[in-house]
Design a protein around this ligand. Structure first.
Ligand SMILES: C[S@@+](CC[C@H](N)C(=O)[O-])C[C@H]1O[C@@H](n2cnc3c(N)ncnc32)[C@H](O)[C@@H]1O
Length: 385
């Protein structure tokens, strides 16, 4: 707060606090990355969803010399809401119990325990929260988070200041950093390809089950669906299970389709969405258009329109992507949507508001659209020819 135009000390300290918090946000990201690398959530899950530090240490690959530091990592993850922490009475080894009988904090090698003088101590108990529950089990988001936090995806952002300052020839910061476009790198480097594809599978497996529950009606009444740039087809696998009568085909680049699962109800075809898209009643296109600029999106959607023109029923495009500010939950998700928009500079992509989407649809020759904002920070958009 300012008094006569001069900030009070409290206002200065509050502002300093915010500046540090924002500048230190990357420590939270790196703590999540450590949790993923060490599989901390799995270790806690193994103990029924809550575990002491010694129990966690017994299940993760932490070097003994780093064990004392793990408590500090757990504390960051706890203040970030990834885990919760409670005190838990534990019987102390005799040497420790005798060492300190006055309730002072002592360290037993893996964390801080408070001795209470009767041979027991309050040992922190770390528990899974709704956030870390998303990192365990069959619908885990661990792979997509590992992808986002991989050095290949982080390092381009270290040069973002210079990217803004200079008229660099390349609008794409990934290519600027790595000398090759993301999808080209995926083609050439199998480990990177697996990182991307597995990440996408984890995201699709998670969000598509919710999509089917929240707005499954968008897939009703169509008999064939082409999942454009569908990766390894996790989204189509979920759709196909929910609608067994619906013939689902995934189209993607050759190096992706080569790794697609075989013997499933879903078909896979190699194709380039900038060239042509096989005919179907409806096109599904998830988390693709935000990778591309306006002109490229118009081109892709024109090809989508040609695909459904030859289909018999349905005749629509089903887009899953962010619509920045889409109501009713626009304000709640605005921060994440804006962060995503900045993030998409990695491939010279963009997150669009309704107006920007509409311009693309009109230019691609579509007559109408409907935004269904029921997927958290993302929406489904139905687009009609
Ligand atoms: C962000 S991923 C999305 C994958 C999938 N739709 C999902 O959400 O899980 C983008 C996909 O676009 C594919 N892709 C890139 N360029 C393509 C092109 N020209 N034609 C077809 N697919 C392409 C990539 O191989 C990758 O699988």
């Amino acid at each position: 707060m300012a008094v006569n135009g001069v900030s009070t000390d409290q206002a200065l300290l509050d502002a300093e606090h915010e500046l540090w918090r924002t500048s230190f946000s990357y420590i939270k990201s790196m703590a999540v990355k450590s949790a993923l690398d060490l599989r901390l959530a799995d270790a806690i899950d193994h103990h029924g969803g809550a575990a002491t530090l010694p129990q966690i240490v017994a299940r993760v690959a932490v070097h003994p010399s780093k064990v004392p530091c793990l408590r500090r990592l757990m504390r960051v993850l706890a203040v970030s809401g990834v885990f919760s922490v409670q005190q838990h009475q534990t019987v102390l080894p005799a040497a420790i119990a005798n060492d300190n009988g006055n309730g002072a904090v002592i360290t037993n090698g893996v964390g801080a325990a408070t001795a209470n003088g009767n041979g027991t101590a309050a040992e922190p108990l770390y528990a899974l929260t709704p956030v870390s529950r998303l990192l365990v089990g069959s619908r885990s988001l661990a792979s997509i988070m590992s992808m986002i936090l991989d050095p290949a995806f982080i390092t381009p952002f270290l040069g973002i200041g210079a990217w803004f300052e200079h008229p660099l020839p390349d609008p794409c910061i990934f290519r600027q950093q790595h000398g090759v476009a993301l999808w080209k790198m995926a083609d050439k480097d199998p480990a990177f390809d697996a990182l991307v594809n597995d990440g996408m599978v984890s995201d699709s497996s998670f969000i598509m089950e919710i999509a089917i529950r929240e707005c499954g009606e968008v897939f009703q009444g169509i008999t064939s669906l082409i999942d454009v740039a569908g990766g390894l087809g996790a989204a189509s696998q979920v759709i196909s299970k929910a609608f067994p009568g619906l013939e689902c085909t995934v189209m993607d680049l050759g190096h992706v389709i080569a790794k697609a699962p075989s013997s499933t109800a879903v078909k896979y075809v190699v194709g380039d969405m900038f060239e042509s898209i096989p005919p179907a009643d409806a096109v599904f296109i998830k988390w693709v258009l935000h990778d591309w600029g306006h002109k490229d999106c118009v081109k892709i959607l024109k090809n989508c329109k040609k695909s459904i023109a030859s289909g018999e029923k349905g005749g629509k495009i089903i887009i899953m992507d962010i619509v920045v500010g889409a109501r009713p939950s626009g304000e709640k998700h605005k921060e994440l949507q804006v962060l995503f928009d900045m993030y998409m500079t990695i491939v010279d992509g963009i997150e669009r508001d309704e107006h920007e989407w509409e311009k693309i649809f009109v230019e691609a020759g579509f007559s109408g659209y409907k935004i269904i904002p029921v997927l958290g920070f993302r929406s489904i958009i139905e687009v009609y020819p």
